[in-house]
Design a protein. Structure first.
Length: 280
């Protein structure tokens, strides 16, 4: 089931993307917005394929520019609608700058006699949302895409729950006559601040104290490729020196005969010996 809340486009690439394969009437992406020309007698719109489900889901967007009246006598429309395969059956916000109204519509055969009509305000109705929950369809508006005000609640039409993967989002403009201009849509299911970067400043005085504790870090180098993980462990090595002193004794073992207990006796020579000095 493709919930319509998963359809997301901020139009920042200035290319009509594949999600809008049924776009018609010469639409374009300009300045990071979806632009629909509002031409007398012609419809122009960003439309998806009928592959989405609204039941249990929601869709919201921003309307930075509603098509101005520019001489139209009946209608200059800027419309945000969830449609089905049945022509004229849809849920919609319909802004008409000729009448200066915004209508919350549940149309069958292109009409809704019970539509809720409000005085249109570009600021108050800058963001629009259609959602289905708890057996009801709700139409909500917002100034900032964050805080919402409910404008109409209706028991969920049978076609909403039956149209599983069969709904489309249609963002279009139309005028009956007058001078051509355009309507613009932006930020489908995405807040305007989703890619914002915020900067903050702090005033520091001389000799101020830093309260954050210091953190010791070890820097190692590694050759990395895209989306690779670093699994090398860092090793801290220490080198130390020491001065060593030592003394030793050299001992030698000798096999000489111990003569301390030998007594030498001298006596007169016996016969058979040849005697020389000093014995003569």
């Amino acid at each position: 089931m493709a919930l319509i809340s998963t359809l997301v486009d901020n139009f920042n690439d200035n290319i009509v993307g594949p999600d809008w394969g049924n776009a018609y009437g010469g639409v374009s992406e300009t300045g990071g917005r979806a632009r629909c020309p509002c031409v007398a007698g012609n419809y122009a719109g960003y439309q998806t394929a009928k592959v989405w489900t609204l039941a249990g889901s929601s869709v919201y967007l921003q309307v930075p520019v509603a098509a101005a009246a520019n001489g139209a006598t009946v209608e200059a429309q800027t419309v945000f609608a969830v449609i089905t395969a049945t022509a004229g059956t849809n849920l919609a916000f319909n802004i008409n700058t000729v009448a200066n109204t915004i209508r919350c519509e549940s149309n069958v055969g292109y009409t809704d006699g019970a539509a809720v009509s409000l005085t249109y305000s570009a600021a108050t109705h800058a963001w629009l949302r259609i959602r289905e929950t708890g057996g009801n369809v709700l139409w909500d508006t917002s100034t900032d895409g964050s805080t919402w005000t409910n404008r109409r609640t209706l028991a969920t039409p049978a076609w909403v729950t039956a149209a599983v993967d069969a709904c489309a989002l249609d963002l279009y403009s139309y005028r009956n006559n007058g001078t051509t201009n355009y309507a613009e849509f932006d930020n489908v299911n995405t807040p305007a601040s989703s890619a914002s970067v915020y900067f903050a400043s702090a005033a520091l005085t001389a000799d101020s104290a830093q309260t954050a504790s210091a953190t010791r870090s070890i820097v190692v180098s590694a050759s990395l490729t895209a989306d690779s993980s670093l699994d090398a462990a860092s090793i801290q090595a220490a080198t130390a020196s020491a001065a060593l002193a030592g003394s030793s004794e050299l001992g030698a073992k000798t096999d000489a005969v111990d003569t301390d207990d030998i007594t030498v006796q001298l006596s007169e020579p016996r016969g058979g010996w040849t005697v020389s000095q000093p014995w003569i």
